[in-house]
Design a protein around this ligand. Sequence first.
Ligand code: SF4
Length: 359
Amino acid sequence: MRDAPAPQDLLHWYDRHARDLPWRVGPAARASGVRPDPYAVWLSEIMLQQTTVAAVKSYFERFLSLWPTVGDLAADEDGQVMGEWAGLGYYARARNLLKCARVVTAEHGGHFPNDRADLLKLPGIGPYTAAAISAIAFDLPEVVVDGNVERVMARVFDIHTPLPAAKPQLTERARELTPAQRPGDYAQAVMDLGATICTPKTPACGLCPWRAPCRAFANGTQAELPKKTPKVPKPTRLGIAYVAQRDDGAVLLERRPDKGLLGGMLGWPGSEWSDAPEPAPPMEADWQEVGAEARHTFTHFHLRLRVLVAEVGMAAEPTRGDFFSAAAFRPSDLPTVMRKVFDLARAEALNTPKDASHR
Ligand code: SF4
């Protein structure tokens, strides 16, 4: 029987190889008494849900520069925050981010609670995020299991049960390993190991601090772990987006309802998204189809949007949405799929408003 993996070995490795991340207090700083700002930890964890570290970095830095404290964020307008979030995707996160900031400010005096159960009561904070904030911000011995940790546990213990059925087993293993000393650094160390050494395709076992106890390495099974239950192919939905530009360069946009996909975000008026969408122009106009579709993939389906454009006069009275002047319209405020529509419309038909370039 091989020895169990030792958290201390991983912590020693982390002390030398921790990733330098803008929201992280590294092991040396932490040892010298620096403590993470729970607001920064929370913000990074919400942004990192479903999004990669590389994509999040610049958003995180911009949010912190615009809103240095949770109170600053809570006090700003929804549209401003949603606009800055545009491009990160999964927009329900942004709405919950604001709700949470306002609850923390109003009910907790601007301080995140340092208790997992209290964190769980906040909007947008589920079991994983509560555990991550407890461990990373408050150094509590919570079990933090993300995709990286699942992969490392499956390999170290050579667990062949496919995900997601394996989750309880992998979590239990992670729980057994979580140390009482430096649990915050340990949680980040396992994530770093998964992100930099025990990577999905070609793990660098030669550099791994847990190579000696790793059962998958001993059995040569690391490349096939973790096993996953095959996914059902995603369906494709169709839709029509209408891009109207007025003679003065203003464009017609509508804010989507708070609930549902892209809730609260600005977008082009359009049809429903279905197998056979009905035309739903926001006004009568000489709608022209551009020669390409905007394609986008959401969590549960692929979307193909036909893009229709029209130039309309100053007297145009749409039944939906509002005209945004060229100065007020920022393409970067749109969610990615709506920006794809704009790029197609602009490339093929629209007069580009002077001030509406990408930031
Ligand atoms: S030895 Fe290889 S498979 Fe095992 S934990 Fe380390 S990197 Fe992953």
